[in-house]
Design a binder for this molecule. Structure first.
Ligand code: FES
Length: 105
């Protein structure tokens, strides 16, 4: 599926071949998206994979669970559309999703 990443400096990077079932964090790292570190390896423990989901896509991805909320508290500049990309498992409904990489703290 296709994912549009907007890096913190505004650069748009489009990944066309993201695999269903992968996490958005893994796809970002494999494609060299700046600002997605994924330091904890996807364990919902580091918040270095923080993204802002484009409002048009928020209903598709849903809201963070309690554990993700707690980890998000460690991230800077949390917004209503903040998610940890390691918790976003790609499904076919997400084809074309747009996210903006959040600044690292
Ligand atoms: Fe650490 Fe997502 S990779 S919280």
């Amino acid at each position: 599926i296709k994912i549009i990443f907007i890096e913190t400096d505004g650069t748009e990077k489009i990944v066309e071949n993201a695999k269903l079932g992968a996490t958005m964090m893994d796809v970002a790292r494999a494609n060299g998206i700046d600002g997605i570190l994924g330091d904890c390896g996807g364990g919902c423990a580091c918040a270095t994979c923080h993204v802002y989901v484009d409002p048009a896509w928020q209903a598709v991805v849903g809201n963070p669970d309690e554990i993700e909320e707690m980890t998000l508290d460690m991230a800077g500049e949390v917004q209503a559309n903040s998610r940890l990309s390691c918790q976003l498992v790609l499904n076919s409904e997400m084809d074309g999703i747009k996210v903006t990489v959040a600044p690292l703290v």
